[in-house]
Design a protein around this ligand. Structure first.
Ligand code: PRP
Length: 208
């Protein structure tokens, strides 16, 4: 039996549709329900619905053999897992954003609001820029508007949130997409089943 941690919500639904097309359909999963575990006896797959940011934790600890997580979540958690496949869905970018009229002042530390503390630290360490981090959990865009921070490090998908709040992308950090990940030890034991699923999913990838 393969255990897969899927991210709850829109991304998880897209992933499940890809799995279905790849031949791993599970009737039970499509029904409206609050169940968190679904077993597909025919294909020998068990699905867990977990909070998206927790997927790599389940996989790293071996509670799930496989999982699907955004590259943002993997980098932020510094997860020690195998990244098997870029699923080319859940595409967005990690960016630094600021008010339209913001100008960087290199004489003082940059105040950065974000929920991606590690990504922000790594990015500015790479630029040798001193920063002060303010960790927030959501609605990050408010921080520069209210003077809480100079900039934010956050996900930009359509750009609507920035636009509607008079903010702009100041610098691009990296492109993000969903990845199929595997627990390292489990991959050794179950590589045949895992490789088969990876190959089948490869055939269902959307065009770049
Ligand atoms: C994310 C991100 C931005 C928004 C970007 O927020 O933090 O706020 O999406 O999308 P857009 O470029 O298409 O407008 P999310 O919906 O995850 O909620 P959050 O406020 O909890 O971060």
């Amino acid at each position: 039996m393969l255990n897969i941690a899927l991210p709850k919500g829109r991304l998880g639904e897209k992933v499940y549709k890809m799995l279905e097309k790849a031949g791993y359909s599970c009737d039970e999963i499509t029904k409206e329900s609050r169940k968190l575990i679904f077993t597909d006896e025919a294909n020998g797959v068990q699905y867990f619905w977990v909070k998206p940011s927790d997927v790599p934790i389940y996989v790293e600890h071996g509670a799930a053999d496989l999982g699907v997580a955004g590259k943002d979540v993997l980098l932020e958690n510094r997860s020690d897992v195998y990244e098997l496949l870029d699923l080319r869905i859940g595409k967005c970018r990690m960016a630094v954003a600021s008010k339209n009229d913001y100008r960087d002042d290199l004489s003082k530390p940059l105040v950065v609001a974000t929920k991606f503390v590690n990504i922000a630290k790594d990015y500015y360490a790479g630029k040798n820029r001193d920063i002060d981090i303010i960790k927030l959990s959501g609605s990050i865009e408010l921080a520069p508007i209210l003077g809480l921070s100079d900039v934010i490090v956050d996900i930009v998908e359509t750009g609507t949130t920035l636009r509607e709040n008079d903010l702009r992308v100041f610098e691009e950090i990296l492109p993000i997409s969903a990845r199929l990940i595997a627990n390292k030890a489990r991959y050794k034991f179950k590589n045949t089943e895992i490789d088969l699923m990876t190959e089948r999913l490869k055939k269902e990838l959307p065009d770049d």
